[in-house]
Ligand binder design. Structure first.
Ligand code: SAH
Ligand code: SF4
Length: 395
């Protein structure tokens, strides 16, 4: 992007009313759900109880049809179906990688598409969800960044990705059956398409629903929000969501970070570190994950590793550093650092007393790895030349 181009937050929302005039109940907070029930077919006296019952049907049992809500009177179920729907994004394609990673292409209102990735591991399963179609930011190493923002996802579309994955994993509990503690979908990372802190309210509402104990009931310690560094929203995330935080750090000088993560021109490394230093106390959470993509000859020197440690130590931030081997995509202006370089970098960090896991690349054969997501139907693809020019790499 040109140095003076504004880093904008395009807030585009779509009305909750669907074309046929029905309201989607998915994604409403408990208060909003109660309000729409009262507005339509529910006496105020019963509203609290009905809200609780319908909430459990939707988020605990995964029911999509009012007729199945057997603890509600038949006539009331018919009324509900007249006014409301329970709708989640539709799966268009589903690809399964050799390593078991699943990538879903989902269609949302307006014909837009987002990608969702499920990564199974030995003792847990992580769902990587998207918060926007495209991204307004233009990090030069990120495939999503080459797709202009189309719109913010609604809370329904964000929590709907989790519900969609539970459908596909066939993981909704059956009423009456013994509770199964093993979970295929045990963790959520907001690391798909988009900048979650530029869609704050919808992300917050969706994550609150995912954490609600009478529903999907994931602990806030199993949800990680990744941001490129929207500094003013970091404190808000601590207070209003309280999940774990990951930061796309990627460079140790402002000069390099300005190119890799252009939001750095708005809030630089020092301002970002100050915001991060207060996060753990306010959110009562643990370490912050520093994500660091390894780009050959750009940010991977020993000096970079030492500077990174200095930054973290100077601000006394409880941290773990997640090294991400760069995933290539067509037209990408960078190369992945060699395995030896990545290991040497990791060693310096480890000897300074910080965990420095190297992220295992998953689902690369189906373009599901970090930074490779982009709607397949997206036509307005930037040319390689344009990407290089914006990354300051053109001669
Ligand atoms: N917008 C948010 C969340 C989505 S990106 C953010 O920037 O944090 C999720 C992670 O994947 C980020 O750390 C991002 O920097 C990283 N990433 C993006 N492109 C990548 C690529 N090509 N290879 C490896 N990691 C990439
Ligand atoms: Fe957007 Fe994150 Fe990609 Fe940057 S790394 S362009 S903020 S999705």
């Amino acid at each position: 992007m040109s140095p003076n181009a504004p880093i904008t937050q395009d807030v585009l929302t779509i009305p909750r009313k669907l074309p046929e005039g029905k309201i989607n109940l998915v994604g409403l907070t408990r208060d909003q759900l109660r309000a729409v029930l009262i507005e339509h077919c529910t006496p105020e006296k019963q509203a609290n109880m009905r809200t609780g019952q319908i909430w459990q049907w939707i988020y605990q049992w995964g029911v999509r049809d009012f007729a199945e809500m057997t603890n509600l009177a038949k006539a009331y179920r018919v009324q509900l179906a007249e006014h409301f729907v329970i709708e989640i994004p539709e799966v268009v394609t589903r690809q399964v990688s050799e390593d078991g990673t699943r990538k879903y292409l989902c269609r949302i209102a307006g014909g837009h598409e987002v990608e969702v990735v499920y990564i199974p591991e030995e003792d847990r399963g992580t769902l990587c969800i998207s918060s926007q179609v495209g991204c307004t930011l233009t990090c030069s190493f990120c495939h999503t960044g080459t797709q202009k923002l189309v719109r913010n996802l609604t809370a329904a579309e964000i929590v709907g990705q989790v519900m969609m994955a539970r459908d596909d994993l066939d993981e909704w509990p059956v009423p009456g059956a013994p509770k199964d503690e093993t979970r295929l979908l045990s963790n959520i990372v907001l690391m798909g398409m988009g900048e979650p802190l530029y869609n704050f309210e919808n992300v917050r509402d969706a994550m609150k629903i995912a954490m609600d104990p009478e529903g999907i009931s994931l602990s806030r310690r199993r949800i990680t929000l990744s941001t490129s560094g929207v500094v003013p929203e970091i404190a808000r995330t601590a207070k209003e969501i309280g999940c774990l935080l990951a930061i796309s750090f990627h460079a140790t000088t402002d000069e390099t970070r300005d190119v890799l993560v252009p939001i750095n021109k708005r809030w630089n490394i020092e301002e970002l570190l100050e915001a991060l230093a207060s996060y753990p106390n306010v959110s009562n959470s643990e370490r912050i994950t520093f994500e660091y993509v390894m780009l050959d000859g750009v940010n991977d020197s020993d000096e970079d590793a030492h500077r990174l440690i200095d930054h973290i130590k100077r601000h006394n931030i409880p941290a773990k550093i997640n090294l991400i081997p760069f995933n290539e995509w067509p037209g990408a202006p960078y190369k992945r650092s060699s395995n030896n370089r990545i290991r040497a970098f990791a060693n310096i960090i480890y000897h300074a007393g910080y965990a420095s896991p190297i992220r295992k690349t998953r689902g690369e054969d189906i373009m599901a790895a970090c930074g490779q997501l982009k709607s397949a139907t997206e036509r307005a693809r930037k040319s390689r030349k344009q990407i290089e020019a914006e990354a300051g790499l053109s001669k």
